[in-house]
Design a protein around this ligand. Structure first.
Ligand SMILES: NC(=O)c1ccc[n+]([C@@H]2O[C@H](COP(=O)([O-])OP(=O)(O)OC[C@H]3O[C@@H](n4cnc5c(N)ncnc54)[C@H](OP(=O)(O)O)[C@@H]3O)[C@@H](O)[C@H]2O)c1
Length: 216
């Protein structure tokens, strides 16, 4: 579980642990790492935007055989209208949401169990085919880009892993806000159910939390 200090990633850890799974999960700060340990997970320090952190992941996971990998880490910086992002906003968003997965996920190649599932938490806001709003265009661009990253991994790892991009729904987290549609419990329980039912035919798909397809 990559990015599990809070929000949807944290809920994935809680539910998989409650189901008796062994879980390895990452957080950036000591408090997040302690919380993960208290849940019975193996906790690893990882800032996905930090090249050194990403590059030590492969040896930290040496010998592992991961059945499910979920990349949850992400940021949403709201940018008004069609205002160009500042360099800082652009870099912070693209480093966490795009460069992070491009650095971290290849490190996991040798740590996957045969037929493993890789799920990247993208967003419907990254869909180009299904788009009907232009709000937060920087975030949208980052999620469209990570969709491309996931699609490439699905081709590179075909036969080795089933790779999907998920829209988790609009979820009540710090990012989604209290007025969102879904609790983290419901979103994650839906996605766990979908993950359990995935077959090789699903490799490279963009799915809603309930398993219905979303246009790229
Ligand atoms: N909530 C929604 O409605 C919604 C909708 C669509 C898609 N999503 C996507 O779902 C994912 C999880 O969202 P959420 O709602 O759980 O968000 P959240 O509550 O804001 O949590 C974000 C998580 O990502 C971690 N993170 C951020 N930048 C990181 C970095 N550079 N390295 C490592 N970890 C990092 C955070 O860690 P720290 O605690 O260290 O900051 C935190 O654990 C995101 O990718 C988001 O884009 C969410």
């Amino acid at each position: 579980m990559i990015g599990a200090s809070r929000g949807i990633g944290h809920e994935f850890v809680r539910q998989y642990r409650a189901a008796g799974w062994q879980v390895t999960a990452t957080a950036r700060d000591p408090a997040g790492l302690e919380a993960l340990k208290a849940m019975g997970a193996t906790a690893l320090a990882l800032d996905v935007a930090d090249m050194e952190h990403a590059s030590r992941l492969a040896w930290q996971l040496d010998g592992a055989a991961l059945d499910v990998v979920v990349h949850a880490a992400g940021v949403l910086l709201r940018t008004p209208g069609m205002e160009p992002p500042t360099d800082e906003q652009f870099d912070a968003t693209m480093h966490a949401n795009v460069l992070g997965p491009m650095r971290v996920l290849p490190q996991l190649a040798d740590a996957l169990a045969p037929g493993a599932t890789l799920a990247v938490l993208s967003s419907r806001m990254g869909s180009i085919g299904g788009r009907s709003s232009s709000s937060s265009w920087l975030y949208r661009a980052s999620k469209a880009a990570v969709n491309s990253v996931l699609k490439d991994l699905s081709l590179a790892w075909a036969g080795k892993a089933i790779c999907v991009a998920f829209h988790p729904g609009w979820v009540q987290t710090a990012m989604g806000g209290p007025g969102a549609d879904l609790t983290p419990e419901r979103s994650v329980s839906d996605m766990r159910g979908v993950i359990a039912r995935l077959t090789a035919a699903d490799n490279g798909r963009f799915l809603n939390h309930d398993g219905s397809p979303i246009d790229w």
